[in-house]
Design a protein around this ligand. Structure first.
Ligand code: IVH
Length: 691
């Protein structure tokens, strides 16, 4: 090896080691010693060197956290040692019963316990071979889980190489919980909302939903953490071979190996210490930055654990003490109907404010009419509410004894509370809807969405101002924003000369947002920011998009039937076209040259079109072909790959026959697109929507 190569090689190793150390300090110990900038510089340097020497890239390099391509399905993994669940207890008595049971099995012995926070996340297993992370799996049914190695690899607190010293195990299985902090969850939901995607009900759902993603690039963008609580040595050895005799020791070893282990675990000499720990943490549960739903109590000595054994479902040596659900009772003052952006009506319980698990609650969701009926919830009822880690508390049940004598059962009004137009409920749908697109409530939400950060990003156009603009009949849709004049704004509440000018500047600036943001801003039902990017990339113009058929839309990789139908419907409504006309007149960007996909199923293929197409518009089909890397030319030559023929084809068809060029009809074209789409997005996954 030349001197230069040797130097690069050791430089790569040095950088990797530094980055690993920093990851450990930052993500595991929470004690960063480098600034973000210094860290980014190290990473950039490493990426540069690895680009020069791709032969030296190893899967455990810190640059390889996102290594894998999207997978179609997760292969199964059989757990050598089943991943059991835990029995639950809710009271002190039940904890003493647990102790009684183990004392019956091992009479006369003394017990020590380890108590740990019970993370409310998703259990996973990690396998390390020769100190290197090689496999990660979900619990599944306990015996058979999913191989999610690539997804777990993106979690920076999971070391890809263990920090082992001599005489430490290197073939191990680690189990623990993947979870999201409350702050991380909140931020993720804000982002989801901003980009028009489904928000998650609680951090656990968000974690589970993220680990199910087939694309590790999405996973790495989500704030996942890991905490280890179980260690097993593989390869014919046991923990005892490494002089580890207790669970508490194994937690320390896990920490030494570089894994994140909760700092809140403790050793208890007796059951009353355990109970004390449980009580203290039940009080403090809101102070931890992540959700916990109880305490796990484990017999400390591994030898005793082994002799206690397991039942079919759970170990006899461990048990969970579950915290009481976060519930409270309060008065339901009224049922308020909220009108959403697309007219969906959501009933909301307006409550007498009550303090519950760290915050004051004054509203709770009631979901829909059926739910209210099923629980027979009435205005004036005293209700039990619960905050189950969910963002919005829910009404669990009515306290019947406290129901006032004159109460009436609730039915959703027949008319919109804001615009009084009749409410409709479509077959098979749970929600009732206000169909009046000019309904001020809908208009309000639409403008709010239009101006939001992920859409047109019009700074200074807040809720109060939108309210005034609508109430004073200055605007009746988002298209009107572009004809606002100074005189319209000055004099409105909190609108001075400066703020008026700033707002007008912000509106002007929004005209040149990228096309996908504009499509997203239109507020087409189900079109989140991802789908908007696909539509912008494929069609490059709102006029072309407007004329597309459902089939044409459905043929796009990543766009499903629901989105396709919704887009089509949107552009068939006169009122929407009128608003778009206003945007166009104002000079809002209506088309954009978008970078073409490098890959795509028609990469470098040349198409010629002839005859009248019945399922597609000409412009639409050209966009589709181009978005998949193909090209459309006007005349048939030996370089042509496909001739797409419609009704009454012309001379080009003859020429294609002569030159023996591949002739396809619209059905075949659709089938080709479909096939490619299935390959990329298995089952029913649709970008822009979470299932
Ligand atoms: S020990 C056999 N420790 O709770 C021991 N589990 O109902 C099984 N969990 O599936 C796990 N924090 O997802 C253990 N400190 C902790 C835990 C914990 C959360 C979860 C885990 C498990 C479930 C058991």
């Amino acid at each position: 090896m030349s001197e230069k190569r040797k130097n690069s090689r050791s430089e790569i190793e040095r950088l990797r080691q530094k980055i690993r150390e920093h990851d450990h300090r930052y993500y595991v110990l929470n004690e960063p010693t480098l600034s973000d900038y210094e860290y980014d510089m190290l990473m950039e340097h490493l990426i540069r060197l690895e680009k020069q020497h791709p032969e030296w890239i190893t899967p455990d390099s810190p640059t390889q956290r996102v290594g894998g391509e999207p997978t179609k399905a997760f292969p199964p993994v059989i757990h050598e040692i089943p991943m059991l669940s835990l029995g639950n207890t809710y009271t002190q008595e039940e904890l003493y019963d647990f102790e009684k049971r183990i004392k019956n099995i091992l009479p006369g012995e003394a017990f020590e316990y380890v108590v740990e926070l019970k993370f409310d996340g998703v259990a996973v297993s990690l396998i390390y071979q020769q100190g290197r992370y090689v496999l990660g799996a979900t619990r599944g049914d306990g015996v058979r889980g999913d191989n999610i190695t690539e997804n777990l690899k993106t979690i920076r607190s999971i070391p890809l190489i263990l920090f082992s010293k001599d005489n430490q195990p290197v073939d191990i299985e680690v189990r623990g919980e993947v979870y999201m902090t409350k702050a991380g969850f909140k931020k993720l939901n804000q982002q989801q909302e901003k980009s028009g995607e489904k928000t998650f009900a609680n951090p656990r759902n968000a974690t589970a939903g993220t680990l199910k993603q087939q694309d590790p690039r999405i996973v790495i963008s989500r704030p996942l953490n890991f905490s280890a609580y179980y260690l097993n040595v593989r390869g014919g050895k046991s923990l005892e071979d490494f002089n580890i005799k207790t669970h508490f020791d194994s937690l320390h070893l896990l920490r030494d190996l570089g894994l994140p282990v909760s700092r809140h675990s403790a050793l208890c000499k007796s059951m009353w210490e355990v109970i004390d720990f449980c009580n203290v943490w039940e009080e403090k549960r809101e102070d931890v930055p992540f959700e916990i739903d109880g305490i796990v109590v484990k017999v400390n000595a591994l030898d005793q654990q082994r002799r206690l054994g397991t039942t079919a479902k759970s170990p006899r040596w461990a048990i969970a003490f579950k915290f009481k659900a976060k519930q409270a009772t309060t008065l339901l003052k009224e049922i308020h109907l909220q009108v959403g952006r697309t007219g969906t009506i959501t009933p909301v319980a307006v409550l007498e404010p009550v303090f519950l698990a760290g915050s004051t609650i004054s509203r709770a969701t009631l979901h829909n009419e059926d739910e209210i009926q099923r629980k027979d919830i009435r205005e004036g009822d005293t209700v039990l509410i619960e905050k189950g880690g969910d963002v919005i508390p829910k009404v669990v049940q009515v306290i019947q004894e406290k129901r006032p004598p004159n109460s009436k059962s609730y039915t959703i009004p027949k008319h919109c509370p804001v615009c009084q137009s009749p409410l409709v409920r479509f077959e098979g749908e749970a929600a009732v809807r206000c169909e009046n697109i000019a309904c001020p409530a809908q208009v309000h939400r639409k403008i709010e969405h239009f101006a939001s950060r992920g859409a047109m990003d019009i700074e200074g156009l807040g809720e109060a101002l939108i309210h005034q603009l609508i109430n004073n009949k200055i605007v009746s849709d988002y298209g009107d924003l572009y004809s606002l004049k100074k005189s319209d704004l000055i004099g409105l509440e909190r609108m001075g000369i400066k703020s008026t000018q700033n707002l007008l500047d912000a509106i002007e600036k929004s005209k040149t947002r990228p096309l996908d943001r504009i499509i997203f801003a239109l507020g087409i039902r189900y079109v989140g920011s991802n789908a908007a990017v696909l539509l912008a990339d494929t069609f490059g113009s709102i006029d072309i998009l407007r004329k597309t058929s459902v089939e044409q839309l459905d043929a796009i990789e990543g766009i499903g039937q629901t989105i396709a139908e919704s887009v089509n419907q949107f552009f068939h409504q006169q009122s929407n076209l009128k608003v778009i006309e206003k945007l166009k007149k104002a000079g809002v960007r209506m088309e954009e040259e978008r970078p073409k996909k490098k890959g795509g199923i028609f990469r470098e293929k040349v198409f010629v079109l002839t005859g009248a197409l019945s399922r597609f518009t000409r412009e639409g089909v050209i966009s589709l072909i181009e978005s998949e890397g193909g090209k459309v030319t006007t005349s048939v030559s030996p370089k042509t790959d496909y001739v797409l023929v419609g009704e009454n084809p012309g001379l080009k068809y003859r020429k294609a026959l002569d030159l023996k060029i591949h002739i396809i009809d619209e059905d075949t074209f659709v089938a080709m697109m479909e096939k490619a789409k299935k390959k990329q997005y298995p089952e029913n996954s649709q970008l822009g929507m979470h299932i």
